[in-house]
Design a protein around this ligand. Structure first.
Ligand code: PRT
Ligand code: ZN
Length: 222
């Protein structure tokens, strides 16, 4: 059997929108790292808290498998992987205040949108099929999701879908594709996620310490 881990691991985005703010937040609570050459793993220096730099999509799996103890990712990714069964039962431990956006249905600008029933029988392009289907089911609408990993907003003009369900912040991307937001399915921001329960032994103490420090920094920032 492998030795139990005595260092805490936090998975964050390697690049992307949440990578730098996540690192800045962890620096602000006093963590420092010795960078490894490939920068996928950063060894914690002051405290035994290491970083894993990964794709945000990999964070739920790393938490579920117990490879990481905490992850910083968008609530949207956490919700999707919770609903689609790939990483059920993870908990949102803290909301972090950066990376705000919402998951919204976007329809062609010229539509006179009157409500969810109007989506019946349509094709909805999205990177979030589980959240979208869950919302459709709760509104009694039967519609098909077309899962795309990127360039969702162009799908209607390509004839690949009728409407979209994608993340929106300024709304500029929807507008640039002659779409307008009509329903918000989820308000999102970066969150600290973890498997249920407290890690055992020394990792549990490190987890408590990290949460206390995060709360301290967040209180000053708010
Ligand atoms: O490489 P990796 O897989 O790790 O990154 P990624 O490309 O999957 O994700 P990334 O870095 O683009 O986004 C990470 C997280 O940032 C998302 O999961 C959200 O929680 C959050 N976030 C906040 C956003 C946005 N704002 C956002 N505007 N993620 C994406 N967008 C995109 C959106 O998909 C659309 O294409 O920006 C466009 C819309 O922006 P506006 O301003 O034109 O409305
Ligand atoms: Zn991603």
């Amino acid at each position: 059997a492998r030795e139990p881990r005595d260092r805490l691991r936090v998975a964050i985005q390697k690049s992307g929108r949440l990578g730098d703010p996540a690192r800045d937040l962890l620096s602000a609570v006093g963590l420092t790292w010795r960078e490894s050459r490939d920068r996928l793993f950063c060894f914690g220096e002051g405290l035994p808290i290491d970083l894993l730099l990964v794709r945000d999509d990999d964070i739920p799996g790393l938490l579920t498998e117990g490879v990481a103890d905490f992850g910083i990712l968008g609530r949207n990714v956490l919700a999707e992987t919770g609903l689609d069964g790939t990483a059920p039962g993870l908990e949102e431990v803290r909301q972090l205040g950066f990376g705000p956006c919402r998951l919204a249905i976007g329809v062609p600008e010229g539509w006179d949108y009157e409500g969810p029933a109007q989506l019946e029988g349509l094709r909805i392009a999205t990177s979030y099929p589980a959240i979208t289907q869950d919302w459709l089911r709760r509104h009694g609408v039967d519609a098909r999701t077309v899962t795309l990993s990127g360039s969702v907003e162009i799908a209607p003009s390509l004839g690949q879908a009728d409407v979209v369900c994608d993340l929106v912040s300024s709304g500029g991307t929807l507008r640039a594709n002659s779409l307008k937001p009509v329903e918000t399915l989820l308000e999102s921001e970066a969150v600290l996620a973890a498997p249920p329960g407290r890690p055992e032994g020394v990792r549990g103490e490190l987890a408590d310490l990290l949460l206390r420090r995060l709360d301290g920094v967040r209180r000053v920032a708010d």
